[in-house]
Design a binder for this molecule. Structure first.
Ligand SMILES: [Zn+2]
Length: 232
């Protein structure tokens, strides 16, 4: 081994596709699961973990924010895998009640989806094992990852940035699809001013690959271009 960049601990990020939403495995010395899918997808997540051969090496479940499509199976997986749920400090009231953090639809489609109740608004409440605050690190859970509080989509969203430059972005932005590679705004915003501040903050942090909760992975240049175009 030589020094320099190769001495930075590497992580492997694996996407678990769960229909409209993704969960992620972040593998270092140990493995964390970031987000848990929609209510009712617990067995699907467990099957994916078994298929990927990580069921026994998991150290924690980390939630990017308290919406049912991300926290939907936190309690079930906490019990089945016997690992703690790490929860953003600002999301504790939602964890306790199992009710989605509020937000306002940013598109007509999001508004219709909300009115028709097509995306669940409730999840099984749970007791967080640990609370995450800005600047916390997850080395104790076997991954060289730092927590950034990046609110706006909700009042408590977090992003996870690994030392080797991978960013798990939750719903800070939506990722691309087969037809488009540029990110988009989330379908719900709690506070647009705070959201824009969070985007600016993510511009100031070194990372190269973004992994959003919805849509495909993002290059840093696509993210930077999106944020530049948003500015007035
Ligand atoms: Zn969300």
């Amino acid at each position: 081994m030589t020094g320099g960049p190769s001495s930075t601990p590497q992580v492997e990020v694996t996407r678990i596709r769960l229909g409209i939403v993704s969960a992620y495995l972040v593998r270092g010395a140990r493995t964390i699961l970031v987000d848990t899918g929609l209510p009712g997808q617990g067995e699907r997540v467990l099957n994916a973990l078994e298929h990927l051969g990580v069921t026994s090496g998991l150290s924690a479940i980390v939630l990017t924010h308290l919406h049912a499509d991300h926290a939907g199976n936190a309690k079930l997986l906490n019990e089945r895998l016997d690992i703690p749920i790490l929860t953003p400090a600002g999301g504790l009231e939602y964890a306790a009640t199992g009710v989605n953090a509020p937000g306002t639809a940013t598109t007509c489609v999001a508004s219709i989806v909300g009115r028709l109740g097509l995306v669940p608004k409730r999840f099984t409440p749970f007791q967080p094992g640990e609370v995450l605050r800005d600047g916390d690190r997850l080395d104790a859970f076997g991954v060289p990852v730092q927590i950034l509080v990046t609110p706006g989509h909700t009042d408590h969203c977090i992003s996870l940035v690994s030392d080797d430059g991978q960013a798990i972005l939750g719903d800070v932005v939506r990722g691309g699809s087969r037809r488009r590679t540029t990110p988009r705004a989330p379908l719900l915003l709690d506070d647009e001013t705070r959201w824009r501040s969070s985007l600016s903050r993510l511009l100031d942090v070194p990372w190269s690959t973004g992994h959003p909760g919805h849509g495909d992975l993002l290059s840093r240049s696509a993210f930077d271009g999106f944020v530049r175009r948003l500015r007035p």
